[in-house]
Design a protein around this ligand. Structure first.
Ligand code: SF4
Length: 70
């Protein structure tokens, strides 16, 4: 496998998952008791950690590390 291949389920840095989760905390679609999104039904403490994840309402998106070039 090369570094350019897409690998699902890679994690984002802590600051990104925190920023995403903070957005969910402020969202009217967030079910606080279960920390779950009412639109996608995902458990957001987990979902916010994956690079491929995105908010179904467009409030935050995928995140990938910047590619370095020589
Ligand atoms: S994923 Fe989006 S719609 Fe769902 S709770 Fe978070 S911010 Fe709201």
């Amino acid at each position: 496998m090369t570094l350019d291949e897409h690998v699902p389920f890679l994690m984002v840095p802590k600051r990104v998952s925190k920023e995403r989760f903070d957005t969910c905390l402020e969202c009217e679609h967030f079910r606080h008791s279960l920390k779950q999104c009412k639109i996608c039904n995902c458990f957001m403490q987990a979902k916010v950690q994956f690079q491929d994840a995105k908010c179904p309402d467009g409030r935050w998106g995928t995140w990938y590390p910047r590619k370095t070039t020589k």
